[in-house]
Design a protein around this ligand. Structure first.
Ligand code: FAD
Length: 470
């Protein structure tokens, strides 16, 4: 832990929500020397027997790592994660084909959500100017005075006042409710028609049942399953599917028929009994995308993490973006001498376009992951982009690389991607036109012997057409 900077009368910062972003943010504010209190509705997860949360594991990438590095946590968290260097695509017949995420040596990490949250809380507590309040559920707060009311499980209430309130209380933020009452606050939320369900693939003879260095994907166009490795040698498989498809399956035999048709290679690995049982353990869980603006009220309150921008999980960026919020806010604090009245509007100005861009990209990636990865054109473009990136590393940078392995602002990454796409597609068009014209010229100059020409058979045409359309 680094020493907090000295301050004569430290201002009080209340971080509401002790989840991933709240716990990290608490470290950032404590490191700056503020008097920090965290208020979390749940009991202390380090003592809890069962930890309720969303996904079991998450993909941590560059932005999240940079944010952890700032508070000295990167090495510890990285050493506990499992590197995933490529996607491993499983075809319906069981064939596996890897598609690397980036250059050699670039990888994302599978990390345990509960463990990460525990480590961050423990780190936050090492600051002497930090107080944790578990079993504190925010009920109401005043944007004028900064007075907050919390309820506790025993029915009692606590009232606490702070100079700055940082809303890190997730997608269904209670802090955000006050924003909704105000004029000129823009808000939109979209539930996608797909839900998710988690299933566990146990180890086989004490070892991973599949290759662990990959994020496994079973893309099936309108739905898909993915699997991330855990440090206990299990995989967490997440099935993403339209809710009406989930609901159509009502018996164990129907589960087996469904898996036999689409994910046959996983049946012996997850196990028939486990599949029949676990499919019905919980219904499909909803996924929501939330955009809003501004992120602040005066100099009193700011939203970060999912409270400001819940995104669908298909770019693996929700937590990473939330962690990056902490660095961006900290950078602006540095530039503007911790003057909340200047920092908060600047944070909104800088961060809103980026968080909105990643929300849109995450929606886009759902289609890419479940459908485009099956297309030969997509694979060709992935290889071409990587090839061009190798030779022109500063001119052509694949979108996934910019999002996952750099801190290029999300909205700039989108602008650049659209520009690159135009340039590459034009290049391909010119190349193809040149090849046709050149070929025609050569044919014209050197007409072939008609008797030696290969006339495509009906079968060859059908094969060519299927290659073109797939
Ligand atoms: P949360 O994690 O929701 O934490 C909010 C905290 O606030 C909780 O502890 C909650 O108890 C507390 N709270 C709520 N209300 C109150 C209240 N009234 N008073 C006090 N406390 C309160 N992101 C990635 O980067 N990579 C991934 O691979 C990835 N995979 C995902 C897979 C799935 C299936 C899902 C659903 C999400 C995934 N995400 C991923 C997104 C990631 O989970 C979120 O972006 C991240 O959890 C946001 O953290 P947060 O702290 O803002 O919110």
């Amino acid at each position: 832990m680094e020493e907090p900077t000295g301050r004569l009368t430290p201002k009080k910062v209340a971080v509401v929500g002790g989840g991933l972003v709240g716990a990290l943010n608490a470290c950032y504010f404590a490191k700056r020397g503020f008097d920090v209190e965290v208020f979390e509705t749940r009991e202390d997860i380090r003592q809890a027997k069962v930890v309720k949360g969303r996904s079991i594991n998450l993909a941590l990438s560059h932005r999240g790592r940079q944010a952890l590095k700032h508070v000295g946590m990167e090495d510890k968290i990285v050493s506990q994660g499992i590197p995933m260097h490529a996607r491993m695509i499983h075809s319906p017949s069981g064939k596996q084909s890897p598609i690397p995420y980036g250059k050699k040596g670039q990888f994302i990490l599978s990390v345990d959500r509960a463990n990460l949250n525990k480590e961050l809380l423990t780190e936050a507590e090492t600051y002497p100017n930090m107080k944790m309040n578990f079993d504190h559920k925010l009920k109401d707060w005043s944007p004028e005075t900064g007075l907050m009311t919390f309820t506790r499980l025993d029915g009692s209430h606590d009232q606490i006042q702070a100079d700055l309130i940082v809303g890190c209380d997730g997608a269904f933020s209670a802090i955000r409710k006050q924003f909704l009452r105000r004029s000129r606050f823009n808000y939109s939320q979209t539930y996608i028609p797909h839900g998710y369900m988690e299933l566990t693939m146990p180890p086989v003879n004490g070892e991973f049942a599949m290759k662990p260095g990959y994020l496994h994907i079973w893309p099936r166009n309108t739905f898909m399953m993915i699997a991330l490795p855990n440090s206990d040698k299990t995989f967490t498989c997440t099935l993403f599917m339209p809710f009406d498809e989930f609901e159509k399956i009502t018996t164990g035999d129907e589960v087996m028929e469904f898996f036999q048709e689409y994910f046959a290679d996983t049946i012996p690995l997850i196990g028939v009994d486990a599949l029949k049982r676990d499919y019905f353990r919980l219904p499909g869980q909803a996924m929501v995308s939330i955009k809003c603006s501004p992120y602040h009220i005066g100099d009193k309150c700011v939203l970060m993490g999912d409270a400001a921008h819940a995104v669908v999980p298909f770019y693996g960026q929700g937590m990473n973006a939330g962690f990056e919020d902490c660095i961006v806010f900290d950078e602006i604090m540095e530039q503007l001498n911790e003057d909340f009245s200047a920092v908060l509007p600047e944070y909104t100005r800088v961060r809103v376009p980026d968080d909105h861009a990643i929300a849109d990209l995450a929606m886009y990636n759902y289609i890419e992951m479940r459908a485009h990865v099956n297309s030969k054109w997509f694979l060709f473009r992935k290889h071409l982009d990587n090839f061009l990136h190798f030779f022109l590393p500063n001119t052509i940078v694949p979108l996934y690389t910019m999002v996952t392995f750099t801190r290029t602002r999300y909205h700039k990454a989108v602008d650049r991607w659209q520009w690159q796409d135009k340039v590459i597609n034009r290049g391909l068009l010119f190349g193809a036109t040149g090849a046709v014209l050149g070929g025609s010229y050569l044919l014209f100059k050197n007409p072939p012997d008609i008797n030696k020409l290969i006339i495509p058979t009906e079968k060859m045409w059908a094969r060519l057409m299927s290659l073109w359309t797939s």
